[in-house]
Write a protein that binds this ligand. Structure first.
Ligand code: NAP
Length: 248
């Protein structure tokens, strides 16, 4: 596989399934060696690796719960030890634990904040030393339309996703002088396991509010991520929205 990312190493968190998996495959297609992170689904992570290798790409699999600071830092260390460096960091891993504010437990609040938001502080801090030394880095944070507009039953998730946008802007300002760009992608509803878990009734009502009349695909999000990585020299601190017109 020859491409714009030949010789570069990309860490994609939560790359066993859904959007992260599509990002890993897309970056590998453009020449990056990919570190596929997952937390519990080893079989899915290995199948992503096999798909990349079958197409002639390079990939390794590293298990880590990125919501745990030690494991997140160990993920970046493993990538640097096994692949030599980290040029590209896609902070994609995320979960949702939906409940109204009145009913939400502390555990549901904390799990989403740790997994979706705190994780990007841990991985970014761990990766930026090497990026600064090489004066190059591309960081993309997987936020959400929900971080831009809020949503019933998603106080934890919307706060985490909005926090990712604010983190992105601060990191972009701090790191621009070291050749590191930091951007956020804000997808609308995308057909993955996360959305498959919703009832048909909710899916129909969601689609009624999406002007293009459908959910997006993981591949469409991966193309946006790849754009920010390969064309991203002047793009930094941006929120790239792709939501079928649901929010503008
Ligand atoms: P998904 O299909 O549920 O996949 C989630 C991925 O994250 C899996 O690879 C999972 O690994 C991994 N993961 C979960 N918790 C983790 C942890 N603590 N440490 C490491 N990896 C972990 O989700 P998705 O729909 O692709 O969503 C990916 C990202 O896009 C999330 O941040 C999500 O919030 C965001 N997003 C999704 C949508 C949407 O409509 N789907 C819209 C906007 C934004 P295992 O396989 O090991 O469980």
């Amino acid at each position: 596989m020859a491409g714009a990312l030949d010789g570069q190493v990309a860490v994609v968190t939560g790359a066993s399934r859904g959007i992260g998996r599509a990002c890993a495959i897309e970056l590998a297609k453009h020449g990056a060696a990919v570190v596929i992170n997952y937390t519990s689904n080893e079989e899915a992570a290995n199948s992503c690796k096999a798909e990349i290798e079958a197409a002639g790409g390079k990939a390794i699999v590293v298990q880590a719960n990125v919501g745990n600071p030690d494991e997140a830092r160990a993920l970046i260390k493993a990538a640097e030890e096994q692949c030599g460096k980290v040029d590209i960091l896609i902070n994609n891993a995320g979960v949702n634990r939906d409940r109204t504010i009145q009913r939400m437990s502390d555990a549901e609040w904390n799990e989403v904040i740790q997994t979706d938001l705190s994780s990007i502080f841990y991985t970014t801090q761990a990766a930026l030393g090497g990026m600064r030394e090489r004066n190059y880095g591309r960081i993309v944070n997987m936020s959400s339309v929900i971080g831009q507009m809020g949503n019933l039953g998603q106080a934890n998730y919307s706060a985490a996703k909005a926090g990712m946008i604010a983190f992105t802007k601060t990191a972009a300002k701090e790191l621009a002088r070291f050749g590191i760009t930091v951007n956020a992608v804000c997808p609308g509803f995308i057909e993955t396991d996360m959305v498959a878990a919703l009832s048909d009734e909710i899916k129909t009502s969601l689609i009624a509010n999406i002007p293009v009349g459908r959910f997006g695909t993981a591949e469409e999000v991966a193309a946006a991520v790849r754009f920010l990585v390969t064309e991203g020299g002047f793009f930094t601190g941006a929120q790239l929205s792709l939501n079928g017109g649901q929010y503008m």
